[in-house]
Write a protein that binds this ligand. Structure first.
Ligand code: SIN
Ligand code: FE2
Length: 225
């Protein structure tokens, strides 16, 4: 197990488990996979996630087209992303409780900012963190993140638990997409000229992760408002 005594600064190149240099893979002009970047933070992320999920439990939302998403969602931050029969949008209240979404834990925001910085995006101030839970079989179809007020800020996407194949496409749905395996602790950041690239996740395979069991959890940080 990794120790957690020194959390990385935003300029720390040694963000991986066992203090190995984090490996950065460029997957677009302004898109990066930061391998293992979140590993030193996991021991603080998971306890912070618990009260968030008590307040705003995972739920399978309906799409405007009338399907139920296989990925279960929650959110924290001042804005939460929701979907129902009338469309996709950000809301200040959790429609399940009619209460504000849980506050974004400081450690979530700090990780998102550090990852954005490592990918060349300074001053990232996320106000929304979508929390996706994939059980085996769950998938996310190709889509663009375009419900945000501005596209100036990047998307920062943290993978925890079971591995998944991330699809990273182009600016048109029909563009060929690249398959990027994502593992526990990896972070993908895309922004700037790549901000509106299509992306998705292939159906999750069965498996068991030592810390998270038979699931993958993804945090997607955005500046939505
Ligand atoms: C998303 O696009 O909201 C999720 C991406 C992922 O689960 O890696
Ligand atoms: Fe997305």
């Amino acid at each position: 197990m990794h120790s957690d005594h020194s959390l990385p600064s935003t300029l720390d190149l040694f963000a991986g488990e066992d203090r190995q240099p984090a490996r950065t893979e460029q997957i677009g002009e302004q898109s990066y996979v930061l391998r293992g970047f979140a590993l030193p933070w996991v021991a603080r992320l998971l306890p912070a996630l618990e009260p968030v999920l008590l307040q705003a439990p995972f739920r399978n939302m309906a799409t405007p087209g009338g399907f139920t998403m296989s990925v279960a969602l929650s959110s924290c931050g001042t804005l939460g992303w929701t979907t129902d029969r009338s469309g996709y949008r950000y809301t200040r209240l959790d429609p399940l409780s009619d209460q504000p979404w849980p506050e974004m834990p400081a450690v979530f925001r700090e990780l998102a900012q550090a990852a954005a910085m490592a990918a060349g995006f300074s001053d990232f101030m996320p106000d929304a963190c979508l929390i996706n839970r994939y059980l085996p079989g769950a998938k996310m179809s190709l889509h663009q993140d375009k419900d945000e007020r501005s596209y100036a800020a990047p998307i920062v996407s943290v993978s925890l638990g079971l591995p998944a194949i991330f699809l990273f496409g182009g600016l048109k749905r029909s563009d060929k997409s690249r398959r990027v395996p994502l593992f526990h602790g990896d972070i993908v950041v895309w922004g700037g000229v790549d901000r509106l690239r299509y992306h998705g996740v292939l159906p999750l395979n069965e498996g068991h992760h030592p810390q998270l069991g038979a699931q993958r959890i993804n945090f997607t940080f955005r500046r939505a408002g």
